[in-house]
Every structure is written in C-alpha cells, then in structure tokens.
Design a protein around this ligand. Structure first.
Ligand code: ZN
Length: 281
C-alpha cells in the first residue's frame, strides 16, 4: 500500500494543493529532495486508483531521481506504490524514463487505451499477459502519455523496457534498452517440437498470443542476433516475413541461425499479424 503520509513527513515546505478542482485532489507541493530547491517545485499526487504516488519535479529531476532521494530518507518502494507482480510471482520494480535528450520530432503520446484500440486487443489482456502500463514520457519540456513495455526473461524477471510514445510517427523511446527477444517468458512450459512464431516487434507478439499462438518478437526487422537461436532450437519455428525488404532480411537472418524454420510470407494486404487479426474481427 502506498503511504502518502509517510512521504509527506520527510519532505519540507509541504502545501496541499487547493482542493477546488478534482484534478488537484490528493496532491501537494513540497521542496524537491533531489535538487537544491528554494521554491517548492515537487508535485506529489496520491493516485488512489492505482495505489501509487506520482512524483513530478518542475525543476531538473526525473521521477527516478526523486524516488532515489526519497529512498535515502527512508521511503521504500512499497510506500511509493507502483510495484507490480508478474504472472510468475516475481516482483518488478518500475524504472522511470531518463530525462531524454533533445530531439526535433514532437511526440504525440500514446495511452494503453489508444494502443489497445488500434491493435484491436483487449486492455486486460495486454495488462495481464504483457504487463503493459500507462506512464508518461517527458521530452523537450513536454510530458505526454506513454505505454511502458517491459521485456522479461525466460523466468519472468524484468530485463529491459521500451516506451511506446506514439501511435503513428515517432513510436518508441528506449533509453538504455538491452536488445533481447520479446515474449521469452511465454516459452516457459512449451514442449519440444511445439510451434513458435518469430515475428517483428511487440504488437505482433501480442496478436499471436491473443490468437493462442506461441510467439517471440524481435525488436526490429534488423535486430535479430545469432545468440538468440538457443531459445528456439527445440521448437518448430515459423517466421513471419513481412512483404518488404526489411522483412526479407529478417527472415534470412533468422533462418541462417535456425535452418529448417518455416517461413510464412505475408501479403501486402495482411502485412503483419495484427493486420490479419484486425481483418478477421
Ligand atoms: Zn527536483
């Protein structure tokens, strides 16, 4: 359970936000513990629905830095909430985005609700099977909604993550991303010789799982790495080849390491599995 009272007790110059508007309910301003703050610039909100504390520094700090400063004052991640469990019982600590570097492209933002609607997949399914979460992305002094996409290992432990920051245009942000196969935790419990689809990207992995097909996603058409073949050798691998040059390259690089894989060549009309799913609904 998050504990706003304990958090407020370690902060200085705490002021409750005027309770006039519902948006400001359960929120406070205080001096930010992560930088030399003369004016109270830390916004603290108790999100009762998600049972977590939202921290936002109007100064130079990102949420991770504020959390770190709070940890030093005896605040635990339990006090802050925002921790969630995987299906396999391991705990995941959310990691918040770094203050991003300046880019010219504006980020349109993306919520889980929007993403689920575009992909024609239920929100519950994406939350439960893939632990997708609404979060925010801050870039060029703008905060936009974003979806946190955790990458778990075979055991279900968090290894790395990406942020979906837009539906069209700029789609991803991934500071400190460690390239790995997406959906590895879904291979646990599969028998030798079972079919596993190898697809491009996260959303096709979602679509496959939704269609009750085992699948792993390569984070991009040109991102396949030979060392990943070890996870797939005992399965009957089916590669989903998209109808473009990148798709061809993708299928070739996977079959080089996994000869004997079957290639399904998608047509232009059914470019990826999500398209196929959308067409069949
Ligand atoms: Zn600060």
């Amino acid at each position: 359970m998050s504990n706003p009272t304990k958090i407020l007790s370690v902060l200085v110059n705490v002021r409750r936000q005027s309770p006039g508007s519902s948006k400001e309910a359960n929120s406070w301003m205080a001096r930010c513990p992560a930088h030399d703050d003369s004016t109270p610039s830390l916004w603290i909100k108790h999100d009762r629905v998600k049972d977590r504390i939202v921290l936002y520094c109007h100064g130079p700090c990102n949420e991770g830095q504020v959390r770190e400063a709070l940890y030093r004052k005896g605040i635990t991640s339990d006090d802050l909430g925002g921790e969630f469990r995987t299906n396999f019982g391991s705990k995941i600590q959310l990691v918040y985005p770094e203050k991003p570097t300046r880019t010219e492209t504006p980020i349109e933002g993306c919520t889980l609700e929007q993403l689920a609607a575009v992909k024609k997949l239920p929100i519950d399914f994406l939350q439960e099977e893939f632990l997708l979460k609404d979060t925010t992305w801050r870039e060029n002094r703008r905060t936009t909604p974003a979806v946190l996409i955790p990458y778990l290992d075979f055991q279900g432990n968090l290894v790395t993550q990406r942020y979906r920051v837009g539906i069209n245009g700029e789609k991803f942000r991934a500071p400190k991303f460690q390239p790995m196969l997406y959906g590895l935790w879904g291979l646990k419990g599969l028998e030798e010789g079972e079919q596993v689809f190898v697809v491009e990207g996260e959303s096709d992995t979602w679509a496959c799982w939704f269609l009750k097909r085992a699948a792993v996603g390569v984070p991009g058409a040109k991102q396949w790495r030979s060392e990943w073949a070890k996870y797939l050798r005992k399965f009957k691998v089916i590669i989903w080849q998209e109808p473009d040059e990148a798709g061809k390259y993708f299928a070739q690089s996977v079959t080089r390491d996994l000869p004997g894989s079957l290639i399904v060549k998608a047509t232009k009309e059914e470019k990826d599995i999500s398209c196929l799913l959308q067409k069949n609904q």
